[in-house]
Design a protein around this ligand. Sequence first.
Ligand SMILES: [Zn+2]
Length: 249
Amino acid sequence: MQFSDTHVHLQDFKTRFATDIVRAALEKGVDKLVCVSAAEKDWEKVAGLHELFPRNIIPAFGLHPWYVREASAGWEERLEACLRKYPRALVGETGLDRLHDGDEEPQGAAFSRQIDLARAYGRPLIIHAVRAQDWLEKYWKILPEKFVFHSFAASAELLAKVAAHGGYAGFSFSILRSRHKERVLKAVPPDRILLETDGPYQGPEKGREVEPSRLPELARELAEVRGLEFPGFAARVYQNSLEFLNIGK
Ligand SMILES: [Zn+2]
């Protein structure tokens, strides 16, 4: 069986070297890892990891809403240069986060700019959205062809919007703690599901780093909630990830 971890911050682990973490994941069949940046300082590290494992690590370059304020002038041009240099790279993570308040205007502007880049270069977009359902209204129509709401643990209503606009929901272990778990996992169309650990952050044990090698365990738990047979579910979500990442075209 093969698996994709569609959202992991390999550069952020404190307990082990990223190279060891990737090798452990490969041993479990996790052969595609989207290495996601949050701040501009991550871009070089993410590119370096991709170069070490060019067939397995797909880089994503972007500005997370928490780090918009610390980006230095000209970040848009430097982000664009990363996308030109790495033709398989995604844009992200970006998005809107009301918990991180006081900076709605710069967050919105940075999100718009990254949507424009994803569209201009035909890249999938990774979206982080927290308490932003109404704020998102003006963006649905301008989102690129491929986008994912990552670490999805929101309501079935938001899920319906994501699916209606052709997007994906990326599920991490956090969905298993969500009060929306049953409703969301039963409602999500099978071809809209992606899996991710959001490692090191969204693990099953609070405060402990989660590695991408645990992706198969997550897949098994989600198959069970949906009442599906594990191998078929795993094959379906792996296929989804290849389509999302434009692999095999
Ligand atoms: Zn993340």
